[in-house]
Ligand binder design. Sequence first.
Ligand code: SF4
Length: 497
Amino acid sequence: MNITASKLYNYLQCPHRVWRDVWGPKDEKIDEVNPFVQLLWDRGLQHEEKVISKLGKFLDLSKIGFDEAADKTIEAMKNGEELIYQGVLKGEGLMGIPDLIRRQDDGTYIPIDIKAGMGMEGASEEYGGKLKKHYAAQLCAYVELLKLNGFASENKGLIIDINEDEVEYKLDEKMGARTPRTWWEFYEEIKEEVGALIKNEKENLPANSGVCKLCPWCLSCKKWCVESDDLTNIFYLGRSKRDVINKELGVSTVKDISSLDIADIAAQKKANKKFLPGVGVKTIEKIVTRANIVANTKKPIIYEHLDLPEVSTELFFDIETDPTQNLVYLHGVYERKDGKERFVSFLSEDNSKEAEKKAWTDFWSYIRSLPKDDYAVYYYSPYEKTMYKKMHAAYSEVVSEDELEDFFAREKTIDLYSDIVYRHTDWPLGSYSIKEIAVYLGFKWRDESPSGALSIQWYNEYLENKDEKIMKRILEYNEDDCKAMMILKDYLVENNI
Ligand code: SF4
């Protein structure tokens, strides 16, 4: 079996995915494509078609079989073809299908991938950003294949990004100021890993992680994690720390780690600086505490008195966004005022900038109508604040920077996750998401499969068919998200110390 550019991509999403795809229990793999993943594919395809439609003349190899396309790709490059779409490159156990292969002035070829995302990571007006690992790895594979076939000399590729900008990937450059290895060396390392996993010369473990939600193996790996009492069932203990602890302490279950001798670990770390790399004593303390809650006491803990505001009006607020369109389509608020409750929503009726701006303007009119200093706002995670800063950049006339800053800086505006749950509490749960916690507290979403990713898919369906039943589902899901925060807040007040 070949190492392919998409296997490299999968490896970077989850190091276990490559092994499981080849050697995992096939009957446990979900066959249907997750609707949100399908939406992403569709968006990617639409973007690719848009870019391709503007290219002019090119050789299209997208509609023939791999083997024929591979022969035709080589033949086309030998004949000096200017631009090849979906050419197939093969050689030495490696295979890749760059979206485009373009002839350069010196007669060599450069691979190009079309991506429906930004070309660089974290780019801003002041900072150009850095190369994206998964894009770089795929381009490296294409360059290696072109070189193997004698059609490239430089380690360089291009990304055509969501803005249709061409972003150059110089693959011989260092990965970062403090990272001595180059992108090419990084690629060599992961290619070797992927090769060993495909051949079953190496096996790595599943983990309970955020990316699992969209993976076809999610149920299978989750089952494994539960049955194995894996350490990634402990909140904030991810794959890499789990692997270090498995290897260096020989501890692999939540039950066993809950009885670990922290003083002994601290002494070993003091004596040997290389012991348990990347896992400090404080982290071990946290892990042992959380393991003890999960495995033994099975009860939440509030570590100190929480000063939550006493006000006439409380807002539990949550937004829904579609990152594939850079759109905030819903601002939902569950309002509790003098004992009365209602859901208030500000919806972008379509995906136009005007509709998005109107919903945001209406949201701010609502906020300004509230009794000054006598209302509290609860939201969950820094995401709302980050997105509102982006909204401000897009529609600065709706709310000033000062007003936005003041809104989030108020003592009565509280990020329930970052300010309270993460800092001052622990739960007998593997994730401290609002869904996990609220369900633990007995709350039930009306929707059978509530998820932010599905809400995006519903919204896109609504845009197409304006089906009010779908809109009802979107609003109910958001309302329940908001209410879930209220359930949590009330629990914290009732159980405050
Ligand atoms: S379910 Fe999670 S751990 Fe398993 S292969 Fe997928 S992403 Fe990896």
